[in-house]
Design a protein around this ligand. Structure first.
Ligand SMILES: NC(=O)c1ccc[n+]([C@@H]2O[C@H](COP(=O)([O-])OP(=O)(O)OC[C@H]3O[C@@H](n4cnc5c(N)ncnc54)[C@H](OP(=O)(O)O)[C@@H]3O)[C@@H](O)[C@H]2O)c1
Length: 352
């Protein structure tokens, strides 16, 4: 099968994906009969490239990494439908920045892409958190795939396992640690007696926390991911603002030290739970967990998810060493699953 793909966004993740497509070219062809051609790349400020015969990916990577940019017009694409049509793409990989307030402009891009009958793989949490049901229905109606494995725990197949590995199971609770930045801050505080501000500055210095860290430390990123899991795997229809949310802003070193003295660690937990009435409630909150609890062993940028279901009582997955390349892998895996028509299982409703 020949697959023409376009990359919307060519930052850390988009470029890691391009490198992975180069590295896995033979494996995709030999193992899956997939011949992938990149026919379009769009950025915000680094130009654009369109070539229906296939873009020279290595040269495009070098051009952007050396700051030269791509040859085509600069400025973010406005009419994404026109861009995709010009490229002749069958599938779009979208990795533009997440907008935590309303998911735009990626939500509108997703509508245009799926609406024109083109598969969509996104690492961007915005369109999923704000438009999962609508976009899934649109994808099903147009017979295309809409996959977003990398939006929660990067490339770890959390959504894939939940969606495909747990048929007819009722997911009763999902609990985990989904935000690397806050977990890194907590770990530095407990291991090195750093203040919150010092640990945050350390996270910013290694590039895992933004200059404006609100999204992470106030629990928004955790809330968005919790909502994605609750909506996709528990049949909920929630938005990030529906989460009962408390972050770790201003946590004192004394709180961390007191917890340690009592044999506990503080972790920012994310939880989606089905109540007696069938409703799914979601919570993000700092919690003291005993040293021997698995959550206490999750340090640095590692993350964890734990499913409680009526068939497999507990199923836990831990992801170590996340980064742009693991995120890119989740996107590559989504592409392979779409090529294998796995997206048709999207039509199956999760039991409530
Ligand atoms: N980094 C990770 O490991 C990770 C993990 C999970 C999920 N994600 C998600 O993946 C997405 C990308 O992350 P990243 O780290 O790659 O971000 P990034 O390095 O900031 O890259 C964003 C890319 O999007 C481009 N862009 C911005 N607005 C655009 C628009 N309107 N149209 C087309 N392109 C546009 C940017 O172009 P210019 O640079 O030219 O402006 C840049 O190429 C985010 O949604 C993030 O939340 C990232």
């Amino acid at each position: 099968m020949n697959l023409n793909v376009a990359l919307l966004g060519f930052g850390n993740v988009g470029r890691a994906l391009a490198a992975l497509l180069i590295r896995k070219e033979a494996a995709l062809r030999q193992g899956y009969g997939l011949s992938v051609r990149v026919v379009g790349i769009s950025t915000g400020r680094h130009g654009q490239a369109i070539d229906r015969d296939g873009i020279a990916l290595q040269a495009a990577l070098e051009a952007v990494e050396q700051g030269a940019g791509l040859d085509g017009p600069g400025g973010a694409v406005e009419d994404v439908g026109q861009f995709v049509a010009e490229c002749g793409a069958d599938l779009v990989f979208e990795s533009i920045p997440t907008n935590p307030h309303d998911g735009q402009p990626a939500l509108g891009f997703a509508r245009a892409i799926l609406g024109s009958g083109v598969h969509l793989v996104t690492a961007n949490k915005g369109p999923v958190a704000f438009g999962y049901r609508e976009l899934s229905a649109l994808a099903a109606q147009r017979g295309v795939g809409f996959f977003f494995e990398s939006t929660v725990m990067d490339g770890a197949p959390v959504l894939g396992v939940g969606r495909e590995g747990l048929p007819v199971a009722q997911v009763r609770r999902i609990r985990g640690i989904f935000n690397s930045t806050t977990n890194y801050i907590l770990t530095r505080m407990e291991q090195e007696d750093l203040s919150f501000d010092e640990a945050l500055a350390a996270a910013q210095a290694i590039g895992i926390a933004e200059t404006d860290p609100t999204l992470d430390i106030d629990g928004w990123d955790s809330s968005i991911k919790t909502v994605i899991l609750a909506n996709v795997l528990m049949g909920a229809d929630l938005r990030p603002a529906d989460v009962d949310r408390q972050g770790i802003r201003g946590l004192a070193l004394a709180d961390v030290q007191q917890a340690s003295a009592a044999g506990e660690r503080i972790r920012l937990l994310c939880e989606a739970e089905r109540g007696e009435d069938g409703r799914v409630s979601t919570r993000v909150y700092p919690e003291r967990v005993p040293f021997q609890a698995v959550e206490a062993t999750i340090t640095g940028t590692t993350s964890i998810v734990d499913f409680e279901t009526d068939t497999l009582p507990r199923l836990t997955m831990i992801e170590h060493d996340p980064g742009p390349m693991t995120t890119a892998y989740g996107m590559l895996a989504d592409m392979v699953n779409i090529a294998r028509a796995r997206h048709r299982s999207d039509l199956i409703e999760r039991p409530g």
